[in-house]
Structure formats: structure tokens, C-alpha cells
Design a protein around this ligand. Structure first.
Ligand code: ATP
Length: 363
């Protein structure tokens, strides 16, 4: 196992385009770190530079304390699991898993190969499928074979590039749990690229959010959700996303498009000396006024709800304001059905420290 340290890593593709613009990140031995961000933000490029499939234009990459910029992929002792698994269709599961050991010609005896493959197969619950071909496996089983191949090498770290994106929603959920369980059991340093929010928030010890080749924030999932450093992270993490509402401070009042909020000490501290601010309110911090416990801090105002989405365990109401998109509120329940006209309801915005975000650039 090994730590992975990125120091000011830059990737310039031939035409002067910088896909990665000076990323620094320290991944501790045994840590599980997620790289997440919108399409094209440079997350795969970063992963490919770590594994050695892409040259590093500038900066230092250290694995287990040694600079490896110029080392060939096979000398970095990292195992990469790709989206399409890269299994050999003509080989059995056993031989697919054994493949990296066979590649190191003569280094592993047949007994050693068998021992390692069977151990990995036990960990992955593939023992009874060892003689099958990949075509006769389910998507999830194929995924496990690909992971088995990473395990037998006893690599210093696992690198995953969107490994679950080809699976259906149910299997993705199962595999997500399996990957988390296995990483915990093996304790191997893991870097995992995804654009899937749920994977980002549930799998990693820490999540690194990238945008246009730049690192925005690295924090625990909870840290990202509760203390985003800027509007981008605030809007990217969370589904439905945080509502952004323009506000103007005049004297002791924060004017929002739908209500005036008296500034208490906490809000005053948050807005500082800015006049124009953007207030971020998570959908779950907008609550149905009739259901809010007494004594809870918040501002009450009337809204028109024109669309609701009931997802079984939760209900979202969409409120058209001048904002774009509509403001989303996560409500416990609604006591009336919507008719064609929509409905008028009282909503409380609970403006507490969690429901506030500031952005230095735009405030
Ligand atoms: P996705 O989630 O869509 O896979 P990503 O965040 O993984 O996106 P990368 O594949 O790392 O993004 O690409 C980052 C940027 O670099 C993109 O704008 C992409 O077009 C560009 N890029 C990637 N590979 C090359 C290449 N070989 N030559 C030139 N530009 C490239």
C-alpha cells in the first residue's frame, strides 16, 4: 500500500489546451478518495497521469514517497479498473484474474498463481464461477472479475475510472456497496473517478471536486455538503441542487425576492459588508409552515407551488420565482392535492448556518 501525492500537476494537450491546471492533492496510505466533477473537468486525465497512461506536463507525482513521473505504468505497481472491465472473452474467469501474474513471466509458480486467484475469488465470491467465460457472467460478476485482477497483483493502490457507469441502477447500487466493503476489508489506497453524486457521497473518505481542470475543494462528503467553499461546489453537490436566490442587504434587512429577512448576528456575520449576496438554501431547509415546530428559527412566506414530485419517501415541491431554475423545496407532506391551478402554501425558510453559502467572487 502507498500514499499518492500530487504536487501542482499540470496537463497540457498538444494544442495548448490545459486539461489539468496545477492540481495538488495528498492521498494517505489506505485512503479512499473520489475525484468528481462535470464532464470534461479533467478527472480521467488526472487518473491516467497517476497510473502512467498519460505524460505529466509539469508538477510532481509521488507514490510511496518516490517521484514516479518518468516511471513506466508497469513499474508503478498500481491496478486500474476500467469502465468496460477490459476482460478477455476467450479466457475463463480464473485465467482473466490470473492474467497479470502470467504476464510477469516465471515470477509466480503455478501453485502461487492458483493460491492468489482462489484467495481473490473467495474475497469476491467468484469461487464457483472460475471456469466460466465472461460472456456467461452478469455485469456485476464481470465487474468483480476486473477487481479480482487488481487484487491478485497486490498493487499498492487501486484506480477506478467510472467502473459502474455501464450497469443498471439496481446493480450499480449493489456494486457500490461491494466496492466500499472490499476497500475497507483490504485497506488499499484507492482513487475513484465518477460523475455520479451518490457514488461520490457514499464511497469515499474524502471527495475532490474538480472544475475545468482546477481543484475546487477536497473534504469529507459531509464537509462538502455542509461547508461548500464556493457556489460551484454548493450547486454541484446535492440533488435536487441547492437553490440560489439573489439578495440585497439594506440596513438590517436582507431583501430576498419573496421575503424580507431581518439580519440577526449570525446572518450579519455571514454577509459581512457586502450589499449584494447570493443566498443558498437547500431544498430540505424550506419547510411547510404548518408542520414546522414552534420556536424553530425561520422566516415564513407565501408561495405558489406549481409542480410536485413524490418519490415515495420524499416529496419535492417546485416554486416558480424569478430565479432560474424554480426553487425546490423538500416537504414532509402536502395535505392537499394540486389542481390545474397549482396551490398557494406557506413555506418557512430555515436560514441557519447550514443553509447559508457565500461566494467571494459574486457577493
Ligand atoms: P468525462 O466525465 O466526460 O469522462 P473527464 O472529467 O474525465 O470527463 P477528461 O477525459 O479528463 O475529462 O478530459 C478533460 C479535457 O481534456 C476535456 O476537455 C477533453 O476534451 C480534453 N482531452 C482529453 N483527452 C485529450 C486528448 N488526447 N487530446 C486533447 N484533449 C483531450
Amino acid at each position: 500500500m502507498a500514499s499518492i501525492v500530487l504536487k501542482d500537476i499540470v496537463k497540457e494537450y498538444g494544442d495548448g489546451f490545459h486539461a489539468v491546471k496545477g492540481v495538488s492533492l495528498e492521498i494517505a496510505d489506505g485512503e479512499f478518495v473520489i475525484l468528481v466533477g462535470p464532464s470534461g473537468c479533467g478527472k480521467s486525465t488526472l487518473l491516467r497521469m497517476i497510473v502512467g497512461l498519460e505524460d505529466i506536463t509539469a508538477g510532481d507525482l509521488e507514490i510511496a514517497g518516490k517521484r514516479v513521473n518518468d516511471k513506466a505504468p508497469r513499474d508503478r505497481n498500481l491496478a486500474m479498473v476500467f469502465q468496460n472491465y477490459a476482460l478477455y472473452p476467450h479466457l475463463t474467469v480464473f485465467e482473466n484474474i490470473a492474467f497479470p501474474l502470467r504476464l510477469a513471466k516465471g515470477k509466480f509458480s503455478d501453485d502461487e498463481v492458483r493460491r492468489r486467484v482462489e484467495k481473490a475469488a473467495d474475497t469476491l465470491e467468484l469461487r464457483e464461477h472460475l471456469e466460466r467465460k465472461p460472456a456467461n457472467l452478469s455485469g456485476g460478476q464481470r465487474q468483480r472479475v476486473a477487481m479480482g485482477r487488481a487484487i491478485v497483483r497486490q498493487a499498492d493502490a487501486f484506480l477506478f475510472d467510472e467502473p459502474l457507469s455501464n450497469l443498471d441502477a439496481k446493480l450499480r447500487g449493489q456494486m457500490r456497496t461491494e466496492i466500499a466493503r472490499m476497500q475497507r476489508r483490504l485497506g488499499t489506497t484507492t482513487v475513484y473517478v465518477t460523475h455520479d453524486q451518490t457514488e461520490a457521497m457514499t464511497l469515499g473518505d474524502r471527495v475532490a471536486v474538480l472544475r475545468r481542470g482546477e481543484l475546487q475543494q477536497v473534504a469529507s462528503p459531509r464537509g462538502l455538503y455542509e461547508q461548500p467553499v464556493n457556489l460551484f461546489v454548493a450547486g454541484f453537490i446535492g440533488s435536487p441542487p441547492m437553490n440560489f436566490v439573489p439578495g440585497e442587504v439594506r440596513g438590517d434587512v436582507l431583501h430576498l425576492p419573496f421575503v424580507d429577512v431581518p439580519l440577526d448576528d449570525a446572518l450579519r456575520a455571514a454577509v459581512g459588508d457586502r450589499r449584494l449576496v447570493i443566498v443558498g438554501i437547500r431544498p430540505e431547509h424550506l419547510e411547510d409552515a404548518s408542520l414546522v415546530e414552534e420556536g424553530r428559527r425561520g422566516v415564513t412566506f407565501g408561495v405558489d407551488i406549481d409542480v410536485t414530485e413524490w418519490l415515495g419517501s420524499e416529496l419535492y415541491a417546485y416554486i416558480p420565482f424569478d430565479t432560474n431554475p424554480d426553487v425546490a423545496a423538500k416537504l414532509e407532506e402536502l395535505d392537499r392535492e394540486l389542481d390545474g391551478e397549482g396551490m398557494r402554501s406557506q413555506v418557512v425558510a430555515v436560514l441557519s448556518s447550514e443553509s447559508r453559502v457565500r461566494d467571494g467572487d459574486r457577493a
